[in-house]
Design a protein around this ligand. Structure first.
Ligand code: NDP
Length: 321
């Protein structure tokens, strides 16, 4: 594994981190979850990303990861970076959603219980809240660090302006913003319009989520929709759907796949390497439903370099209507 410094902080994160949004709920096989976590950790993936609402049902991914930790990995706690978040809908009523201090402080306590840990390494505000003052959300994050419930804090899906404001408030409170977690892949590139510059200038790290566009940026949908895939399983809660695999998207995937083959890589490997070429990207946050996928993705580290010609070809493919 390659470890990158997270912004200007003292923390190193693996170039590839593992997220537990999918594949760690009650509908998934516990043995497979264990295999994935063990294999990831054996390969140097020290960072595991969760959120209060990951499941299904919400909370289940933290419960399952907590069980694995308690039963098998307790002695490695200090070798791991475990993150959680709050910001999306978690419980009924007005106090289980968005960014109030009331929600965030209650949610981290619930997450610590489900995970069975005394602290998380990183706690995120999962999304900006248009109706709560940013000061209130950032003060809650600061409080988590001061009370020992989180070692570092971050924000997710805040735009460039919102990020500037959050980073500045956290700085004034004395708890630096460690990291930003945006959606970023060859198919979703909003971060390139200002956010990455803000992060680079402020010395805040970044971790790109859904780097494979939930599996689209692999070769898995080139010959139809496998029944055991994210699309094939017909999952809800934000999972990609059949309608996302248009002919236009398929054509791009096909062309990208051909280029990846010429680079002696799988498309998944090329998609991850493409994100890591920007030194402001600290880590790429993948999901995996099997150990084989994990191994495929990890092998991207064997070839992270692109020629100017390859980068141009990628732009041409992505820009083709
Ligand atoms: P990816 O884009 O990496 O998609 C992962 C899925 O792609 C896998 O579950 C698998 O799906 C498929 N896949 C992975 N590798 C391969 C491969 N080599 N070959 C073929 N198929 C492959 O990321 P996710 O969308 O899962 O998101 C990753 C993490 O990001 C989450 O777990 C979470 O931690 C974080 N996240 C954060 C959000 C936020 O708001 N902050 C929102 C969403 C995610 P299949 O089931 O089809 O096999």
């Amino acid at each position: 594994m390659k470890y990158n410094r997270c912004g200007k902080s003292g923390l190193l994160l693996p170039a590839i981190s593992l997220g537990l949004w999918h594949n760690f709920g009650s509908v998934d096989d516990f043995g497979t979850m264990k295999d994935i976590i063990f294999h990831a950790f054996d390969k140097g993936i020290t960072h595991f990303d969760l959120a209060n609402n990951y499941g299904p049902p919400p909370g289940q991914a933290e419960i399952n990861f907590g069980k694995i930790l308690r039963e098998d990995l307790q002695q490695y706690r200090d070798e791991m970076i475990i993150s959680s978040k709050a910001g999306w809908s978690m419980w009924p009523g007005p106090y289980g959603d968005f960014g109030s201090r009331k929600y965030l402080m209650a949610s981290i306590d619930q997450s610590l219980k489900r995970l069975g840990v005394d602290y998380v390494d990183i706690f995120y505000s999962h999304r900006p809240d248009p109706d709560t003052p940013t000061e209130e959300t950032m003060m809650a994050l600061d409080q988590m660090v001061r009370s020992g419930k989180a070692l570092y804090v971050g924000i997710s899906s805040y735009n460039a302006e919102q990020t500037k404001e959050a980073v500045s408030i956290l700085k004034s409170l004395g708890t630096p913003c460690l990291i930003h977690q945006p959606k970023y892949s060859m198919f979703v590139r909003w971060v390139e319009n200002g956010l990455m510059d803000v992060l680079g200038e402020a010395g805040v790290g970044s971790i790109a989520f859904s780097p494979l566009a939930q599996g689209l940026l692999t070769d898995k949908y080139l010959k139809g929709i496998p029944v055991d895939s994210r699309v094939g399983r017909g999952l809800s809660n934000g999972a990609i759907q059949q309608a996302d695999i248009s002919n236009e998207v398929l054509s791009k995937i096909n062309h990208l796949n051909e280029l990846a083959i010429r680079r002696n890589q799988s498309l998944a490997q090329m998609a991850i390497a493409w994100l890591l070429k920007d030194k402001r990207v600290t880590s790429v946050l993948i999901g995996a439903s099997s150990v084989a996928q994990l191994d495929d993705n990890l092998a991207c580290l064997n070839n992270l370099d692109f020629t100017a010609g390859e980068l141009n070809e990628i732009e041409t493919i992505l820009n083709k209507a």
